[in-house]
Design a protein around this ligand. Structure first.
Ligand SMILES: [Zn+2]
Length: 374
């Protein structure tokens, strides 16, 4: 009887997707807040045990009272209650996001209730954040504590080697050219965050983490907030929802390919490649955790003479990998090879997405000042 009512409730609009990540067909429920969730998100609800009871919809042992809560609340009403004051720049995770982002979203919503009023959001709304993060050393790969300072007013994120005040920062990153993306697998830490920026036109990566999920997610959202306010000034009159897309970005595709040099018969070298679709930038690194790429390729549009082919130009020596692709730019050809046909298809599709997109005036400016390091 209870199950039949619950199954009917699952068909109510809003209840047919996970309340927290939007995954289709939720099979679990958190019966204190009264939301239907996917299995993944239900794990986070278990850890807020004092406010949340987690049950499987089809097999759980449900009391009438619990079913009534689900009926009264449900995903739509819960969203109105728990997400009432989510700032526009705040990152709402999807089913494809990493655990720390999903977990902290759930804790922020139901446990800390950060979005039921605006007074618990200082960490990411005040325009200033300072604290210690573990940063991977460029040369030895060891993580060391560094003091980071984010200042929206200055438009900068800085970090300091020495803990004392007043010292010169080791690095200054402009908010206008920063990107942050969670990379738990690459960094080998579930709270690992990659911060990327341009230094003299060349990409530079730093890798950081904090042992507490809340702290690293607050940093991520503080960076997004600073970028949001910078973009509001840079593009007056733009719609918030268009600016939100430009705050941070995950890379369309990353992985190993082999790359050959510009001269015929040059040998292939294994490179870690990252495609930044928004920035029209293909970067290749010796190691996934390198600070600087070995080189970068600007990916323009079809109309500007860029194309991608799976037929290699004549004279290119065969790699031991049979699945090659060539990126042709007005300047020269870049030749890569993949381990499998499926990888080749993924890379070609991702590159074609960029090439098919017309270039904006900003893209032409970026192309003109692009640095091809090799
Ligand atoms: Zn979910």
């Amino acid at each position: 009887m209870a199950q039949r009512r619950l199954l009917e409730l699952l068909r109510v609009p809003g209840n047919n997707v996970c309340a927290d990540c939007g995954a289709p067909d939720p099979e679990w429920a958190s019966c204190t807040p009264g939301v239907f969730t996917c299995l993944q998100c239900s794990y986070a609800h278990i850890y807020i045990a004092d406010i949340s009871r987690v049950k499987e919809v089809k097999r759980g042992n449900w009391s009438d009272n619990e079913v009534e809560v689900m009926e009264r609340m449900g995903n739509k009403a819960a969203k109105d209650k728990y997400e009432k004051f989510v700032p526009p720049f705040y990152y709402r995770p999807t089913m494809d996001d990493c655990t720390v982002l999903r977990e902290q979203w759930i804790y922020a919503k139901y446990q800390r209730q950060e979005f039921m009023s605006v007074d618990k959001q200082e960490a990411y709304t005040s325009g200033f954040l300072e604290g210690l993060l573990w940063k991977r050393g460029r040369d030895n790969g060891q993580f060391l504590q560094r003091r980071f300072v984010l200042s929206e007013k200055e438009g900068m994120l800085k970090y300091f080697t020495k803990m004392e005040q007043g010292r010169e920062p080791k690095c200054v990153i402009k908010i206008c050219e920063i990107n942050a993306t969670f990379q738990p697998h690459k960094i080998g830490n579930q709270n690992g965050l990659q911060i990327t920026h341009l230094r003299d036109g060349i990409t530079r990566n730093i890798f950081v983490f904090h042992q507490e999920g809340k702290v690293i997610v607050d940093w991520y959202n503080a960076i997004r907030a600073a970028r949001f306010h910078y973009l509001q000034v840079a593009f007056p009159g733009a719609q918030d929802q268009d600016l939100v897309k430009k705050l941070t970005r995950t890379y369309a595709i990353e992985g190993y390919m082999e790359k050959s040099g510009p001269r015929p018969h040059e040998s292939f070298k294994r490179r870690w490649c990252t495609l930044d679709t928004m920035d029209r930038r293909l970067m290749y690194f010796k190691d996934p955790l390198d600070a600087y790429p070995k080189g970068e390729v600007f990916i323009g549009s079809m109309d500007s003479g860029y194309s991608v082919h799976t037929e290699l130009p004549p004279g290119i020596q065969n790699s031991r990998l049979p699945h090659g692709l060539a990126i042709c730019t007005p300047e020269r050809n870049f030749v890569f090879a993949c381990e499998s046909l499926s990888q080749l298809k993924e890379w070609v599709a991702a590159l074609e997405d960029v090439i098919k997109r017309p270039m904006s005036p900003q893209d032409y400016a970026a192309e003109a000042r692009f640095v091809h390091k090799r």
